[in-house]
Design a protein around this ligand. Structure first.
Ligand code: ATP
Ligand code: MG
Length: 276
């Protein structure tokens, strides 16, 4: 009998969309292992669409935002990395490395709390080398006001006391709630006009799979510099401009593609006319 579980396939490395398909596959595998919620698949698709329009690469604007984000996390007293199913499925090893380098604990915080999901994500993070994971003990969790869903529960040793929270692929309601209780927010969101992107203090408009490795690289460098330099980087950063530049990148890329596609279509039409 054919089931949804029979979709395993090998993606040839020379496939033009190899990278994209590889991560799509990781999300599907994550869903089968309970790590990713069904809705996480759709959220991934929404992200892919924006990634396409950004040229599927880390642009200069995102690089500046990454530098500011790392500086803010390094100067924080209690930085925390909030982990959901999609991020755990896409880049668990890198999340663990980043957590160690910037000295920020990982806290599992989910939108969809299906039975067994927290354990599944815990397993993925532990296999990636995580030694300490917050957000596991439901009984010890405390509530944050401003949020009605079950994600109002946070770890008393994590997000509750955090001054800076790193929230990759976050929902707008939660970002807004965290802002309202005074947290500084670093977001990763491929959609520069999502509510999360607009509410965050620093919005990295790029794919999480490229962002975290870049953050690790920058953190290694910035850890060697002094506090004054870090504060200057943060001061120079303007999130309003960052979002505008990210939108400009999409506009420019789309215009370029419009020209390229027009040339391709013209060639195609010519060839077809020859065949006729
Ligand atoms: P908001 O709640 O902020 O208004 P939304 O409801 O459109 O946004 P959510 O599903 O709540 O979206 O959040 C997921 C966000 O994560 C989306 O904006 C999506 O574009 C983004 N996203 C999905 N996959 C990735 C990825 N791999 N890297 C970065 N961002 C991603
Ligand atoms: Mg949302």
């Amino acid at each position: 009998m054919t089931t949804n579980n029979d979709q395993d396939h090998l993606i040839p490395i020379d496939h033009p969309r190899y990278e994209s398909l590889k991560y799509r596959h990781k999300i599907i595998e994550g869903m089968k292992a309970l790590v990713v919620a069904e809705a996480g698949l759709i959220a991934h698709g929404r992200g892919e669409c924006f990634d396409y329009m950004l040229g599927e690469k880390t642009n200069e604007t995102a690089k500046d935002a990454i530098e500011a984000a790392v500086a803010l996390l390094l100067t924080a007293t209690h930085p925390v990395i909030s982990v959901n199913g999609n991020t755990a499925a896409l880049c668990p090893n890198e999340l663990v490395d980043l957590s160690e380098i910037i000295n920020a604990p990982l806290e599992i915080n989910l939108f969809y709390r299906k039975e067994g999901r927290i354990e599944a994500i815990k397993k993925v993070l532990e296999e990636a080398g995580a030694k300490q994971i917050l957000g596991l003990d439901e009984l010890k969790m405390v509530e944050i006001e401003e949020l009605s869903s079950n994600r109002r529960n946070v770890d008393p040793n994590g997000i509750k006391i955090a001054d800076v929270v790193f929230v990759p692929l976050e929902d707008g309601d939660r970002t807004e709630a965290l802002k309202k209780i005074g947290k500084k927010i670093v977001a990763v969101d491929l959609n520069p006009i999502s509510r999360t992107s607009i509410w965050a203090d620093i919005t990295i408009v790029d794919n999480i799979v490229r962002v975290v490795p870049e953050m690790i690289k920058i953190a290694k460098k910035l850890k060697e510099t002094d506090e004054k330099n870090l504060k200057n980087i943060i001061k120079r950063f303007d999130n309003k401009k960052n979002i505008q530049f990210s939108l400009n990148t999409i506009i420019k890329y789309t215009k370029k593609q419009k020209k390229k596609t027009f040339i391709k279509l013209k060639k195609k039409n010519k060839n077809q006319n020859l065949i006729k």
